[in-house]
Design a protein around this ligand. Structure first.
Ligand code: BES
Ligand code: MN
Ligand code: MN
Length: 464
């Protein structure tokens, strides 16, 4: 297989490839929203159909306690290597709806400064329907041009955005079926459309919820305020105490297991091109903020963090209400780096909150979900195969970067199946993942479809 064969097939099918993705984006597969259950199932069914049409065998929808997993495989020769493709067909909730310029599940194509060829605006366009679907189309391309060089197994789940809690047990249960050599994932970002990069790290996660109860009911803030603990005031104070003036996290033991990088490793990562000015401009902020002693990329790539994801309590409706609320709540998540353990951080967080809660309130701490951090080796055959594939299609060697996001199942692929993952993402950090107006460049979509077959070719050639 050569690049002209790939280009010919891609060029002849470009429009259909795009329209098929748009159809998939029209189904609101929001895994977090129980009202979307039917549409989540419909999306799984659509993915199954597309896999069958592309030439995958034994495609089935595997039910779980939550949303189903779509699995299929094409075994051409047991002696050949097996690539396991992982992706997710579920998406984040589209809220806040009023900030979308077009409805989240009615994809439209618009040009942007970073996507002069146009980008598809829809929830899930980049994360991860667009990136996942590139793999199905790349597979179709290899099947139809008779160039599939190895075995492929597809595992597309519907619960990534809610923590992949059922996929972990599923991979353990289906260990035999999941025999393979490497996991291939496109669910991360690259630096820019003219600066290819490969993620070599994912952060782990510990997601907590805190409930603070004061008086047994909401009170008149004039009659009782100042004499009874206000749970919102108390919660804010507890949260504020999680960082010191240098933006270090104050939870005792939090940094105990953090792997510090050597000067050389840090210098290597700092070689990645990055403009702080553009970063701030894109986000509409005047000054960045983060842990003292680290650069912006280090703060998201190699350092752990703690962020409030949501906080509520008391009166938040129209106008004003003078009330001393009975309860306050917050969702707080921590991003972890090697060698922190999600479970240990959960315990440290709980202990810390218990230790600082005043006697005037009752505290309840609960755990939502978590996942372990990952670092990808740059010395494997699979990494070289990916790096060379990107170099061929972008004309430049990709730069290894450490992304800040999490894909909790990746650590379990290693632990349970003994398999390394390759994070060959084609999105941009600025594609508004999880935000209003998420989009995915059409250039990126086609570039992915073009690059993936070269990964298969390189990997099969290097595999011995
Ligand atoms: N695709 C993202 C993760 C990602 C995005 C990694 C960009 C690197 C760069 C994934 O869908 C995601 O959003 N994961 C969640 C995990 C969670 C819900 C358990 C995350 O990172 O918040
Ligand atoms: Mn994703
Ligand atoms: Mn996501």
């Amino acid at each position: 297989m050569d690049r002209s064969q790939i280009s010919t097939y891609l060029n002849n099918n470009k429009e259909r490839f795009l329209n098929e993705l748009l159809d998939l984006l029209r189904i609101p597969s929001v895994s977090a929203d129980p009202k979307c259950k039917g549409d989540v199932n419909k999306t799984a069914e659509a993915v199954k159909q597309r896999l069958i049409e592309a030439g995958v065998d034994k495609v089935e929808i595997s039910p779980t306690k939550g949303h189903p997993i779509v699995y299929g495989e094409k075994i051409i020769d047991p002696k050949k290597p097996t690539v396991i493709v992982y992706g997710h067909y579920d998406v984040q909730p589209p809220d806040p709806l009023n900030l979308w310029h077009s409805p989240p599940f009615e994809p439209v194509i618009k040009k942007t400064p970073l996507h002069p060829d146009g980008a598809i605006f829809a929830r899930g366009a980049c994360d991860d329907k667009g990136q996942m679907y590139m793999h199905i189309k790349a597979f179709e391309l290899m099947m139809k041009t008779n160039t599939l060089p190895c075995n492929v197994k597809f595992m597309i789940e519907g619960e990534e955005e809610v923590g992949s809690q059922n996929l972990g047990p599923w991979i353990v249960e289906h260990k035999n079926r999941l025999k393979g050599d490497v996991i291939l994932i496109s669910d991360t970002s690259m630096i820019a459309n003219n600066i290819p990069s490969i993620d070599v790290g994912l952060r782990g996660l510990t997601y907590m919820e805190v409930e603070v109860t004061g008086p047994n009911r909401d009170l008149h803030s004039g009659v009782y305020g100042g004499a009874v603990a206000n749970p919102v005031n108390v919660l804010c104070k507890m949260i504020a105490s999680c960082h010191d003036e240098n933006n270090h996290i104050t939870i005792p033991g939090f940094y105990e297991d953090v792997q510090e990088l050597t000067k050389e490793e840090r210098a290597e990562l700092e070689k990645a091109p990055f403009s702080l000015e553009e970063y701030k401009k894109d986000l509409g902020i005047l000054v960045e903020q983060g842990e003292k002693g680290y650069t912006t990329n280090e703060r998201t790539g190699i350092r752990p963090t703690l962020d409030v994801n949501g906080i509520w309590g008391g009166y938040t409706g129209e106008g004003a209400k003078t009330v001393l609320p009975g309860k306050a709540f917050a969702k707080i998540s921590m991003r972890l780096v090697p060698n922190q353990s999600s479970e240990k951080i959960c315990e440290l967080f709980q202990k810390y909150f218990e230790s600082i809660a005043p006697k005037s309130v009752i505290l309840k701490v609960s755990h939502h979900h978590g996942g372990e951090p990952v670092v990808v080796s740059q010395n494997s055959a699979a990494f070289k195969a990916a790096s060379n594939a990107l170099e061929e299609t972008y004309g430049k060697k990709p730069i290894p970067t450490r992304g800040g996001g999490s894909i909790p199942i990746v650590a379990l692929f290693k632990k349970e199946l003994g398999l390394d993952s390759i994070l060959m993402g084609f999105g941009l950090d600025t594609d508004a993942l999880h935000s209003p107006n998420e989009h995915y460049g059409i250039f990126n979509y086609y570039k992915g479809i073009e690059t993936i077959p070269l990964f298969y070719k390189n990997y099969t050639a290097l595999y011995k």
